[in-house]
Design a protein around this ligand. Structure first.
Ligand SMILES: C[S@@+](CC[C@H](N)C(=O)[O-])C[C@H]1O[C@@H](n2cnc3c(N)ncnc32)[C@H](O)[C@@H]1O
Length: 232
């Protein structure tokens, strides 16, 4: 399997480290001290928990885990579709990481492993922008720029939408002098109903759902779908 983060892990923290609204919401609703974060990347969410919690991170990408470990903490290279790291109070799959699972079988395998690991599961994925779904292509445009180790880095994003497949293909090009480095992310788009029956079929029920990280309702135009599910 190609790791789209291998080439860009060195720039990830410079762009995303400051984002903390999701972390505040996870910490405020945290179900207990033993927390497992799946698709933890470079550990942004893990690091946001208070020091008295025992937070463990797992990610498929070895370079992302290497960057996480460099800042301290317990991290494992592994696949959220098949893991066994013991028992936790809560599993969190933040920031769209669950949307990287391409097939129903992949999602079912992940949810079954989550049900074995903890009684509480929080999943945060982007809410589809239904208006934009009718537009198959957004040409490349600037998305981020920053300074990393004294080098100016720019990221552009080009988006391809496949509404029938409920899929987004995001083509990110990083320019830091020389040829652009291209990273392609393919994400599944979930509806609320789909998320709920999938969780129910996997032995959970959805206790609460939010449309943003401030705890607002799931409604037209909200940009997140955050669900907190309890094991039946
Ligand atoms: C958008 S990043 C989010 C990283 C981090 N949670 C954050 O919020 O900064 C998605 C992460 O999911 C990871 N990922 C994708 N598929 C995975 C899988 N099957 N198992 C574990 N991690 C996976 C990627 O390697 C990547 O680090």
């Amino acid at each position: 399997m190609i790791d789209p983060y291998a080439k860009i892990a060195r720039w990830y923290d410079a762009e995303f480290e400051g984002a903390s609204a999701d972390i505040r919401s996870f910490v405020a609703r945290n179900a207990g001290p033993r927390v497992l974060v799946l698709g933890c990347g470079t550990g942004r969410v893990c690091r946001g928990f208070p020091a008295d919690r025992n937070v463990v991170g797992l990610d498929l990408s070895a370079p992302m885990i290497e960057a996480a470990r460099a800042r301290g903490g317990e991290y494992h290279v592994g696949d959220m579709r098949a893991f066994d790291l013991g028992s936790f109070d809560e599993v969190i799959i933040p920031n769209g990481s669950f949307a990287f699972l391409r097939s129903r079988a992949d999602r079912a395998a992940c949810l079954a492993a989550c049900a074995r690991a903890a009684p509480v599961l929080t999943i945060d994925v982007p809410m589809p922008d239904f208006a934009l779904l009718g537009q198959p292509h957004t040409p490349e445009r600037p998305a981020w720029s920053g300074l990393v180790d004294g080098v100016a880095v720019e990221r552009t994003r080009e988006v391809f939408r496949e509404p029938v497949a409920q899929r987004l293909r995001l083509v990110d090009r990083y320019r830091a002098g020389g040829e652009p480095i291209v990273s392609e992310l393919v994400l599944h788009l979930f509806t609320r109903d789909e998320m709920e029956w999938m969780l129910e079929a996997s032995g959970f029920y959805v206790d609460e759902a939010w449309g943003d990280h401030a705890g607002g309702p799931v409604r037209e135009g909200c940009d997140r779908l955050v669900v907190r599910a309890l094991r039946l």
